[in-house]
Design a protein around this ligand. Structure first.
Ligand SMILES: [Zn+2]
Length: 171
């Protein structure tokens, strides 16, 4: 059930990711560090911007907007981490790296943003874990309360979890 983006990542990095996908909520800070990101900074960013991943010298830095909700920041960190894994060339060729608006648009082709969103969902809401929990604790029945509880446990917004469950149901 992993996205094709996850399968595209080289095996060494993928095994680091997979090791982290067995604990809820996924520890994004640790994961990013192990993958080579130097720092995640909760920063003052201009209104309408959610996050950025940029290269500074030899280091890669992820920034998230301090004014956004914690759940939102988690998804943004995962989205920027996905860009770091999948779209390094785009980051390296711009002094601003990749800067995402609240709609996760960065000026990069739409496909690039779709890829980052799919991999981000894999990282913050690993489908195997969501599926296990849904079956073992909620008898596989999706209600408003189920969505709310799962969202809280994975540290994501209700909207993000709802979308995840819909996609899983269709897969
Ligand atoms: Zn993006």
């Amino acid at each position: 059930m992993a996205s094709r983006e996850l399968l595209r990542i080289d095996p060494d990095k993928r095994s680091i990711i997979e090791r982290h996908l067995s604990q809820v909520p996924v520890r994004l800070g640790e994961l990013a560090r192990e993958l080579g990101v130097s720092a995640i900074k909760v920063s003052s960013m201009r209104t309408g911007v959610s996050g950025q991943v940029a290269r500074e010298g030899d280091e890669y830095i992820i920034r998230v907007n301090r004014n956004e909700a914690r759940e939102r920041q988690r998804f943004t960190i995962a989205h920027e981490l996905a860009h770091y894994l999948l779209h390094r060339n785009l980051i390296d060729t711009s002094s601003e790296g990749i800067t995402d608006t609240v709609l996760y648009r960065s000026g990069a082709p739409e496909q690039v943003e779709f890829e980052a969103n799919r991999l981000a969902a894999d990282i913050v809401m690993p489908s195997a874990l969501v599926d296990d929990m849904l079956k073992s604790e909620y008898q596989g029945i999706v209600t408003e309360a189920t969505i709310e509880n799962l969202a809280a446990r994975f540290g994501v917004s209700k909207a993000a979890m709802e979308l995840r469950l819909e996609r899983m149901a269709r897969a």
